[in-house]
Design a protein around this ligand. Structure first.
Ligand code: ATP
Length: 489
């Protein structure tokens, strides 16, 4: 690529990324033939591969690279008292407000935060602090007064004709039991963390873990979000990857700093540029936390949270101890003490990670000169997480080339996800793989029949080189291995 072409490279807007995701089989609106369901999405053939790869990478990082972290897979349904103890029944709500003219509903805190982002940094921070204080005090009329004072208007109607601010609980509930009389209300979990807390002693004892140790889990979570916007950024059904790290009381801040740095580094190792990531300390701490920070990524719609690191104190275990009447203590033989461990949590959304990866990979580039110039769109995905690792093409459909290409394909497919294609001219086939982010295309030509070599084409540079078939698998495996990322951690 020359310098002018490099300059012409652009990233996509959210609209382009959404259209690309749908067109090329990454993400579809849920039940689209019925016009979709707000804030619910389905992953398509290439989307599910990418998402599974991201999840597998996280899982390996947590449970394979750390000998003191083990995994579990807890149920979505839990005993309803869990959510009393965790504070979700009474406190898991967002302040909502309606505009009487447009009839649109907003999160009152988000309206104020978005307004604060438009002010000078000092004024914005002061406003955020004021908001945090009011929310802390549960002063909803104060929040409304702030909206009125700042003259915040509805983006749709342009008026400031607001209702009162009300709290809205985000948990979905349903009934368990076959007949109405003996059924009881249970919840779809709004976070995966509680499945870890209630299993703390089961895991500690069965896997013979010693504090400090962690429990990791990947699973679905559900939140009845007031405003569903920005594609898969805010969904009502989504997937979390959470790790709770149990530590000695008093040592939580050291571990909090450790996990903060470790997790930022992980996103960088995945290939996210440093200038697109930042920390954002929480002004308003959740009821369980004594420190909290978000890792934010610069999406096309601004810097937004992808992962939270929270020092959750001993709140959850203590509360479960109280509600269940079962001791949640650990005997630390090194210091000869019984205690309820403190917890540092890392919590990242699989879907937000997916969206970050897609936004970061989406590339448009002007290639060629003069009249020949055209736009090339491709996904610059890290090869280790790309849905398809390599595509195998015979250059023509005859003279034994398909057979030769199939032999290579059949051998590679034992170790990685590959595609075989013989339809269309080879340029079209390359372009199609670029659009789904396949890092390598292998072409089998007449020379292959003579000297057992093939050409390998690199997605990002579009350069091609010849390689011996016998060396192909080792090269592809090395370049698409999780190792390329894990070794940087
Ligand atoms: P936000 O402030 O954006 O609502 P949160 O602070 O409530 O997020 P956490 O409760 O800390 O989020 O959840 C941890 C992670 O789970 C988030 O960093 C995000 O990646 C993911 N997540 C939370 N809510 C959603 C959602 N509605 N859709 C997709 N991912 C989500």
């Amino acid at each position: 690529m020359n310098a002018t072409q490099e300059k012409a490279t652009t990233e996509g807007s959210l609209k382009q990324v959404i259209a690309h995701a749908k067109e090329y089989g990454f993400v579809f609106p849920s039940s689209e033939i019925y016009d979709g369901l707000s804030a619910v999405y389905d992953y398509g053939p290439f989307g599910v591969e990418l998402k599974n790869n991201l999840k597998a990478l996280w899982w390996k990082t947590m449970t394979q690279l750390n000998d003191n972290i083990v995994g579990i897979d807890a149920s979505i349904f839990m005993h309803p008292t869990t959510w009393k103890a965790s504070g979700h029944v009474d406190g898991f709500s967002d302040p909502m407000i309606d505009n009487k003219d447009s009839k649109k509903r907003y999160r009152a805190d988000v309206l104020i935060e978005e307004h604060a982002a438009k002010l000078t940094p000092e004024a914005g921070l002061a406003l955020e602090k004021e908001l945090a204080r009011l929310l802390e005090a549960d002063d909803l009329s104060g929040v409304l007064a702030l909206i009125v004072r700042e003259n915040i208007k509805c983006p749709v109607s342009g008026t400031a004709n607001w209702t009162d601010v009300r709290q809205f609980n985000l948990m979905f509930s349903t009934q368990v039991g076959s007949v109405a009389e003996d059924s009881s209300t249970i919840y779809l979990r709004p976070e995966t963390a509680q499945g870890i807390f209630v299993n703390f002693l089961n895991v500690q004892k069965s896997a013979r873990m010693k504090v400090p140790f962690g429990i990791a889990q990947i699973g679905k979570a559900f939140r009845n979000e007031i405003v569903a916007r920005q594609f898969i950024f805010r969904m009502r059904e989504f997937e979390q990857m959470e790790m709770q790290f149990f530590v000695r009381p008093g040592e939580e801040m050291t571990w909090y700093q450790h996990w903060k740095a470790t997790r930022l580094n992980w996103h960088k190792a995945l290939g996210i540029p440093e200038n697109k990531l930042r920390f954002h300390d929480h002004e308003k701490l959740a009821h369980y936390a004594n420190a909290a920070v978000d890792i934010e990524f610069e999406f096309p719609f601004g810097f937004k949270e992808i992962e939270g690191i929270h020092s959750r104190t001993d709140f959850d275990l203590k509360s479960h101890q109280e509600y269940s009447g079962k001791k949640q203590q650990y005997f630390d033989s090194e210091i000869n003490q019984n205690y309820v461990p403190y917890v540092v949590e890392t919590s990242v959304g699989a879907d937000r990670l997916f969206l970050m990866t897609l936004c970061n990979a989406y590339t448009e580039e002007l290639v060629g000169e003069g009249e020949q110039q055209k736009l090339r769109t491709y996904l610059k995905l890290n090869p280790a997480v790309a849905p398809i690792k390599a595509a195998i093409f015979p250059v023509t459909k005859k003279d034994g080339l398909p057979e030769k290409a199939r032999l290579i394909f059949d051998d590679l497919r034992l170790d990685m996800k590959v595609i075989y294609e013989e339809k269309d001219n080879i340029g079209k086939r390359y372009a199609r793989q670029d659009l789904i982010g396949t890092p390598f295309c292998i072409a089998v030509d007449y020379q292959s029949l003579e000297d057992d070599t093939v050409t390998i084409r690199y997605r990002d540079s579009t350069l091609q080189e010849r390689i011996a078939i016998k060396d192909l698998k080792a090269k592809l495996m090395a370049e698409t291995s999780f190792n390329t990322i894990l070794s940087k951690l």
